[in-house]
Design a protein around this ligand. Sequence first.
Ligand SMILES: [Cu+2]
Length: 494
Amino acid sequence: MSLRRIQLAVLALAAGLAPAAWGAEYTPVFTPNGSTLPWKLEDGVKVFRLAVDPCKHEIAPGMTVDAWCYNGVTPGPTIEAVEGDRVRILVTNKLPEGTAVHWHGLILPSGMDGVSGLSQRRIMPGETFAYQFTLRQHGTQMYHSHGDEMVQIGLGTMGMFVIHPRERKPKIDRDYSIFLSEWFVEPGSSKPNVNVMTDFNLFTFNSRAFPGTAPLVARPGERVRIRIGSVAQDCHPVHLHGHTFKVVATDGGDIPPSAQWPETTVVVCPGQTRDIEFIANAGDWAMHCHKRHHPMNPMGHDIPNMLGVSQKGVEKKIREIEPGYMAMGETGMDDMMEMGMAGPENTLPMMGGDGPFEMIGMGGMFTTFKVHDDMPRFASQEDYAKKIREPKDGGWYRNPPGTVAESITGKRPKKSETDGHGAHGGMKMDEKASPEAKTLYRCPMGHVKHQEKPGECPVCGMQLKPETPDDLKEDAEDEEEMPKGMKMDEEKKK
Ligand SMILES: [Cu+2]
């Protein structure tokens, strides 16, 4: 490497530029809810440090598990480098048993491949091993434990290894990485059961379940790449709403344009990565695994079919006899949000997170892709991770008037009536009607409430009407019925 390139790298580092590969610029990968592994240049080698260690990991607010992590996080920090780089990765074992790290999909000397017994002896507790090799390809690769895989991978020891090409055309504007994982955590416990091989009850994007998943964000017209990897047990068809995309690369390399075809769902199986690319369309879009129990949080395994059975209030009583019991809704699972069936301690409600219109009845492998004109650009992974953590971060899309699906039968029935919070820059959950007796206005359809000025509803265009004491009484009653999770949220905000 030339002195000039080293100087450039040093300058870039000093300037705090994230894509500080020497002689190569790239759009940094953002890992929702995750981190990027820092490196230091030593004698022309990029040196990374990983420690594999037991950790407490939050799946979503309200649920923490005892996981095994790299540098305290699962998935481990995303490693980023550039084709041609020489890298040294120092791995320290802080687990109570031996381990090894496999560099999945990388072309490297077999003695650096990290399979315990075959390519090296295990890294014993307290030891540090050095892996060193030159990156001879670009693409989305992974790293994961290759010692006692059932336990170690089952507890979270994996991460993404992204190798950027030295030059990329067309340039990517936003680049994201998502790791798929499955867990079985008995409701009420914090230890994932690593003996469960197929019947998991918790499915995660970057080891987080909705509503703990951070949104991916972009501006309309930007070129977005999403890299999805898995060392789980099952295949996951990940579906993105509102777009068609192309699978542009696998962990085997780039797919030539002539061999790409449009898709809306990409299946990612164990041991695979898939990169999808597309131009962002304005809106707030769902992205989730399409297996229908995967965007859901833990339910008891022997869940009785309670469709049609009234059970308000019985769940707690049954749990005195059967501790893991979690009820299924009476008129479907949506009931569970409304009845506030939160399950035992350290268990997520089966589904439900704050949305712009009402609760979003999802959990598990579910997140949002938010494409707004004013979406910020981020200087680094840290910047993104600081600003975008919760589903509501980045705000909600302001739907142009007349572009939101609408009831044509009039006022909503009482039971599912919501408080119309959040959307379109309107009311937020924590904004209560002013206690002073000044006239406030609301949409007759319930889209917005407690508006200070009369005018048109930004959603349906109807004239806002003055709020009556009866309206406020109804609001208070609705709040009574608000699910536990939301109330807790409310209290946190205060
Ligand atoms: Cu799935």
